[in-house]
Design a binder for this molecule. Structure first.
Ligand SMILES: C[S@@+](CC[C@H](N)C(=O)[O-])C[C@H]1O[C@@H](n2cnc3c(N)ncnc32)[C@H](O)[C@@H]1O
Length: 292
């Protein structure tokens, strides 16, 4: 099934980059200054994204307020990029972005291109559309990532990475943001077991998952509506983990939890003092882990 679309049928990868584009264009002090996001949208969506009034009307007419979940997505990517920057400063030269979608780190961060090689893993059709949009974009990308087409449910990331110059003998930083909810528990565990096997000492992974935690009625209702929307779009959410089960699974995979953060931590770190009401309003669980 196609995971990409245009106009009203944007897939989750495009939906996420649209959110980052409008955040960067229209919000004061973006939490993630994603200047490349706008370039990865289709022509019609680009025009609509630049139009603040159009965006305001869309929000009013929308079944749900996407900004409530947008802050979780953006805050999670910022959490990831902060760790990637620390790793790069510590001399790590490889960054693998799992479920990269329309992630723009490689394109935006020309400042680290000479010392951090970026590898992106996602569905083949999502990557094909992204490559087309990069080719059409006017700015020069800081780096073209190495694309590794993989379906986490049916394919092995080790095989995909083996076809590239990725070197498992050297440490790497990995991220897997805003994707695990769309996967079965089995695909998540199989992939993380492979990640652990591919990790040289000193490697790190940052990821997020949807936590099975106490929710307010407003959060239950919101997440139900969001779930229906993405299911109708062909990308149903498939997993929900208790924090305890997720940590146990990481241990089985051969990973050691270093940090386990929540939406409150995101709000404290990145959203405090904002005047536009943007904050992580939905539950989030974020982990930094390394090999055991
Ligand atoms: C919500 S998007 C997040 C993209 C990006 N990480 C971000 O935060 O903007 C979820 C991503 O997971 C990818 N994805 C979902 N299921 C997948 C699977 N089975 N194999 C590979 N990629 C998958 C989708 O194509 C999409 O790019």
């Amino acid at each position: 099934m196609a995971k990409t679309g245009e106009g009203e049928s944007l897939g989750t990868a495009e939906g996420a980059v649209l959110g980052r584009a409008t955040h960067t264009l229209h919000d004061e002090k973006p939490v993630l200054n994603d200047t490349w996001a706008i370039e990865l949208l289709g022509p019609t969506t680009q025009v609509e994204a630049r139009d603040a009034e159009h965006q305001r009307r869309l929000r009013e007419d929308s079944a749900i307020d996407f900004r409530l979940i947008l802050a979780v997505g953006i805050g999670s990517l910022r959490y990831a990029e902060d760790e990637v920057d620390r790793c790069a400063a510590d001399g790590i030269h490889q960054y693998v972005v799992l479920g990269a979608g329309f992630d723009t780190f490689a394109l935006r961060r020309g400042d680290v291109a000479d010392r951090l090689r970026v590898y992106e893993v996602d569905f083949p059709d999502v990557q094909a559309l992204k490559r087309k949009r990069i080719e059409k974009a006017k700015p020069q990308p800081g780096q073209i990532p190495t694309f590794i087409p993989v379906d986490f449910e049916t394919m092995s990331i080790s095989q995909g990475l083996a076809a590239t110059d990725f070197d498992p003998a050297r440490p790497a930083v990995w991220s897997w943001m805003n994707t695990i909810p769309y996967l079965t528990n089995e695909a998540t565990e199989t992939t993380l077991t492979e990640v652990a096997r591919l990790m040289a000492p000193g490697s790190r992974i940052v990821l997020n998952y949807q936590g099975k935690v106490a929710l307010s009625q407003a959060q239950i209702d919101y997440l139900q509506s969001l779930g229906e929307l993405v299911r109708e779009g062909g990308e149903p959410m498939k997993s929900l983990w208790t924090p305890e089960d997720f940590e146990s699974m990481l241990t089985r995979c051969g990973l050691r939890t270093i940090d386990h953060s929540t939406e409150s931590d995101l709000n404290e770190r990145y959203f405090e003092g904002r005047k536009d009401g943007l904050y992580a309003a939905m539950p989030a669980r974020l982990i930094t882990a390394g090999p055991t």
